[in-house]
Design a protein around this ligand. Sequence first.
Ligand code: ADP
Ligand code: ZN
Ligand code: ZN
Length: 802
Amino acid sequence: MNVAKVIVDVPSAAIDQTFDYEIPERFMDILTPGMRVIVPFGPRKIMGFVVQITDQSSFNKLKPILEVLDLVPVLTEELLNLGRWLANETLSLSINALQVMLPQVLKSKYKKEIVRSTEENLPLELEDLFQGRDVIPFEEFENSPLTYNQLKKAVDAGDVSIDYVVQSRITKKYITMVAPLKEIHLLEEALQDLPKSAKKQRAIIEYFIEQPEEISQKLLLSKLQTTSSTIKSLVEKGLIETYRKEVYRNPYDDDAIERTAPLTLNAEQQSAIEPILESIENEKHEVFLLHGVTGSGKTEVYLQAIQEVINKGQEAIVLVPEISLTPQMVNRFKSRFGKSVAVMHSALSAGEKFDEWRKIQRREVQVVVGARSAIFSPFENLGIIIIDEEHENSYKQEEQPRYHARDVAIERGKNNSIPVILGSATPTLESFARASKGVYKLATLKNRTNNKPMPEVITVDMREELHAGNRTMFSRLLMDKTRNCLEKGEQIVLLLNRRGYSTFIMCRDCGHVKECPHCDIALTYHKNNQTLKCHYCSYEELVPHSCTECSSDSIRYFGTGTQRVEEALAQIIPEARVIRMDVDTTRKKGAHEKLLRDFAEKKGDILLGTQMIAKGLDFENVTLVGVLTADSMLHIPDFRSSEKTFQLLTQVSGRAGRHELTGEVIVQTYTPEHYSIELASKYNFEEFYKKEMAMRRAFQYPPYYYLALITITHPNQVVVVQSAQQMVKQLQQIVQPGSIILGPTPSPIPRIKDRYRYQCMIKYKHEPNLRKNIQAVMNYFKDQIQKNDLQIIVDMQPYQMM
Ligand code: ADP
Ligand code: ZN
Ligand code: ZN
């Protein structure tokens, strides 16, 4: 008997195991692990992943697999193993761990089609099926006498391919290509024979003598100002050919990118890259921490390490934070490696992402540049993994499976015996501590490649501004410098250190703040449509005219959102053209890029925005960076708030004076004496590291301790409190003597979507069985979870304390 072990798509802890199914005769030769299938499950038909094929089952009677969804596995063997590791490491369901590795198109139910991908004749049975069409619904194959084996052969031969219909649009695009059929000397002979009057035909032949390569018909016609009938007559003469070719939807215009050659590395870069190259050469897993200030040439080191990997016939994954995945960044890779680069970016449409993923699956590219989930790229011959800006929070996924891309990278690095490079100007304390202990290898780039000093940072004490009678949000120094810049025609970046814009409304008479009725959090004021919105549950209501508590009509808007800064700027410096970048102005696809382009083309004097403007941008003409509220992050209840403040200030300072012009940074703060602000203004990472490590040691936080955060939620507050107390009791029995359990306490946001939230935290140094033990505790609550709507969320190594 042939048996497939399948992980089914039912996200429930009770079903988190493999199920055995019989493999029917017709799927016998084609089914391999990593393919998706449809199986009967109770009364339903559901999707599942085949994880193993065997000939044994402890059950006598098995239900058969009903359908096979893929003819080529969507998960490689390495990824299947990684999925097992991931589920265990993050205490997630196996199905979630497998799903997270795939592009969206493969997760939902899309209609399938078979697409002809050759102009040549297909095998007869297939021609019968296609009956002259280019695309047919998959069901027609299922209802035909053709076998899966025959179809798979045609797929493997590249004659047809299976496609998924996304939004009723065929995911693939074809264009007509033209190419010479004869060698150059034969084309030259043919040119002699062509009559002088056949100017257009001659032009085409001359073109191909110059460039004997394929070209799209459209491009050729426009280049030579001719028509398709000219091409046709040359095809009839047997000199050139035309054929259809699949093109990928490409959001980046590859042909327009100029290629760059490797730069000669400076001494610092050279000593940084040498051990990396050795590790590539010796196929040895090592983690390198590349600590280098912005502009010190880290990216060039990445590029040359990747080149080495490509030369060895291997592949590379490069992770960059979502927000710095700008065309500028992508082009640095495309200009070095051309079409060998795929880009995985959340701003791409589902179809575009699928195209990029398929290029990887088909080995058409050797390099992936992408955000967090690109770490799951299905390469089978990985040679290096690079994580740029390794300190970025966006590498942690905040839903199941709650993984950190850095941990996944290191796991894949181990499995493949390859180096992993973590790069940053402001590494996390965790990584720097490991590097200091020799667990990671540290390489330091101290100087900018252009040998320019980092811009000078001046801190302005906003308390003194207030004493001097300045009640605006701009210090006098910042305004003077801004005016000065404007006069010289230079540009300014203004950072509002705050997520989104958190303007809330408050009654002046009774102090009532309008909160979400379903979550314990203030509603956010949206000026453009006069609404209040909850950012946790999307609840929204119109702005009231009077206070709902006391009926007073003096309602005030609080907080300093980017919109308010913009308005205030317009009053103080009306002549400045301001480009505002925040969640609101960048919601539309492509808006982010457009605003940046406008700024680069000097259509604005001031770029005003939230965190999203702090990273990766490189504008020649920016000489002044202003940080309006440097300390606003320091008050967030999060043990990393000092670290995050230091990182952000360092990063935004790096935006000024990157080129010929000298830059300056003005940091406005109410706490200039805070070490994170003071040391960031001196670019003193080492000192900050020492101070912050001392804090972490004193308060028992990472990297001295590991953390596990357990959040318990339920619609009834009493149930939550009771369960949380039970939870802590259970945990106390499982942890080692040196470990610490905090809580239960209400979560920082005590209620979201009408569910009350309590949490407890485990701090530990050594708990080899912690995952297994937590799993056992979860089991203890199994009934309550299944029958009583209790929810328990476990976050190993949490980044968000909310
Ligand atoms: P980082 O990634 O550390 O911010 P980059 O790699 O972007 O630094 O380098 C900053 C600038 O220096 C870029 O314009 C880059 O082209 C240039 N650069 C990097 N390495 C060299 C080198 N060895 N010689 C000359 N210029 C270099
Ligand atoms: Zn009131
Ligand atoms: Zn809400």
